[in-house]
Design a protein around this ligand. Structure first.
Ligand code: BES
Ligand code: MN
Ligand code: ZN
Length: 503
């Protein structure tokens, strides 16, 4: 999609549709609405009077201009209460409008700079939110559908500003929005692929494309190197599958020091059958998305490489398939992680924490200042938080606060979960240093406590995205399937750590 900022009068723009916003409970129509209303001979004010247009958040009314305006259609979009407008709401409304126009094969939409200057939204932020809404809301994954789509794509978005002087302010906002949204859509593409198209080797191939495209450093460790490093937990999970594991390392160097400021670790289970502790077959197909954390950190690196924060960031993705076979890990087995800790396997379905144990061990060995891992780790976080927010667990409140702020800025809600020492009791093993399941109670927390054992004193945060990485319905900027959650949060985090260290 082409997105352009133009100076001019949006009502005079020639497009398939122009979008105008209306607030809930507004008596007089805002200026730009008055102009459109006049051209349409009072059609909008009549709809308001009759109560069909209320301005409620997400309300979409399509009016045909029948030649009275250069554009064929006017979309009147409800923005909710004026004082409650946020960038997230704006992005969501733009997404829904773009999606509905795309379903009608409209190719061009023009909009004014909706929301700017309202409720503290800066013009640059409004431009970013509009851009993200358009790119994220119209996403679809049709790669494996041979039948042609029933409608075309929305091809062009024009953001029309009254003042030419606004353009240099809005264009960076559009740029940032595009970089982030394209990264989110890249992650969605990876996650939506079935496991026969997204095996560990395919994840490494995707990393290679990113490295070449954006100038990132790339190292891919294979099985023999993992053995040398003593990654017994990761290798244990991988031993049931014919797909060889990969350990992907992507490096971005934006700082002048030799240290890794931020290590991003993503769970890359390309298919989670549960292994010998096999899952029920119902909905097992959804477990092709168990590499969403890995996809998120890889995609974030692509955006980071383009937005250039002045820090060094390294992404680590253990990519492994979890299958049962004659060579698979068994419940009761004991494996030794890279840090030397021994782990009793209670369930081979608690495999995410095993591969992460070795990836976190690797991050610590790199000497990373901060470590953030992202993983579809537990069904328990879905029970606790549903599909609305991701769960955050940390050993350092300063880092937790940074990630919560980055998530809020990104419009990705994150809820901090407790990490009381008492929960650690549940992970105690009689035969090894620790066991990989701490029982049914507080399952998301005991999983996080397990991970905490492999990071030592390094400030670390674990984001459990098992509830938020996919969605079963269209909602705001989200469409069915993978959401690409955490990409935007990680990008904002890198930018904020950079802003802090250069201050
Ligand atoms: N990949 C799953 C978690 C998951 C569940 C992600 C549903 C997305 C949707 C993870 O590997 C898993 O199987 N966790 C188990 C852990 C249990 C065996 C301790 C779970 O949550 O049931
Ligand atoms: Mn599992
Ligand atoms: Zn899993």
């Amino acid at each position: 999609m082409e997105i352009r900022v133009l100076a001019g009068d949006v009502t005079q723009t020639r497009a398939g549709a122009i979008m105008v916003g209306i607030f809930e409970g507004t008596e007089a129509l805002a200026d730009h609405l008055t102009a459109v209303d006049k051209a349409l001979e009072g059609a909008i004010s009549r709809l308001v009077e009759q109560g069909e247009v209320k301005g409620k958040l997400g309300e979409i009314t399509l009016v045909h201009s029948l030649g009275r305006l250069p554009s064929d259609r006017v979309v009147v979009a409800g923005l909710g209460k004026k004082q409650e407008l946020t960038k997230d709401r704006l992005r969501g409304v733009v997404a829904e409008v773009c999606r509905s126009l795309q379903k009608k094969s409209v190719e061009t939409m023009a909009t004014g700079l909706l929301g700017a200057g309202i409720a503290g939204i800066a013009p640059e932020g409004a431009a970013q939110a509009i851009t993200e809404g358009a790119l994220l809301g119209t996403y679809s994954f049709r790669k494996h559908i041979t039948k042609e789509a029933e409608h075309g794509d929305l091809k062009q978005l024009l953001i029309v500003t009254a003042d030419e002087a606004d353009r240099p302010i809005l264009e960076p906002g559009c740029h940032r929005g595009r970089v982030i949204a394209e990264a989110v859509n890249f992650a969605r593409d990876m996650v939506n692929e079935p496991a026969n198209y997204m095996a560990p080797g395919d994840m490494a191939e995707a990393a290679k494309k990113l490295a070449e495209g954006y100038g990132l450093g790339l190292t891919v460790l294979e099985k023999d190197r993992m053995q040398e490093l003593g990654m017994g937990a990761l290798l244990g999970v991988s031993q049931g599958s014919c797909q060889p594991p990969r350990f992907i390392v992507l490096d971005y160097k934006g700082g002048d020091s030799g240290v890794v400021d931020l290590a991003l670790v993503g769970k890359g289970i390309t298919f989670d059958s549960g292994g010998i502790s096999i899952k029920p077959s119902e909905k097992m197909e959804e477990m092709k998305t168990d590499m969403a954390g890995g996809a998120a950190v890889m995609a974030a690196m692509a955006a980071i490489a383009q937005l250039k924060p002045r820090i060094n960031v390294t992404a680590l993705v253990p990519a492994v398939e979890n299958l049962p076979s004659g060579s698979a890990l068994r419940p009761g087995d004991i494996v030794t992680a890279m840090t030397g800790k021994t782990i009793e396997i209670i369930s081979t379905d608690a495999e995410g924490r095993l591969i992460l144990a070795d990836a976190l061990g690797y991050a610590v060995k790199l000497g990373a200042r901060f470590i953030v891992d992202v993983a579809t780790l537990t069904g328990a976080i879905r029970i606790a938080l549903g599909a609305v927010c991701s769960g955050a667990f940390g050993n350092n409140q300063g880092l937790v606060d940074k990630v919560l702020a980055a998530g809020a800025e990104a419009g990705e809600p994150i809820w901090q979960m407790p990490m009381y020492d008492d929960y650690k009791e549940q992970n105690k093993s009689d035969v090894a240093d620790i066991k990989n399941v701490g029982g049914r109670l507080a399952g998301a927390i005991t999983a996080a406590q397990f991970l905490a054992e492999f990071v030592g004193d390094t400030p670390w945060l674990h984001l459990d995205i098992a509830g938020t990485s996919t969605t079963d319905k269209e909602r705001h900027h989200l469409v069915k399937g993978a959401t690409g959650v955490a990409v935007a949060t990680l990008v904002n985090l890198a930018l904020s750590i950079s802003a802090e260290s250069t201050r």
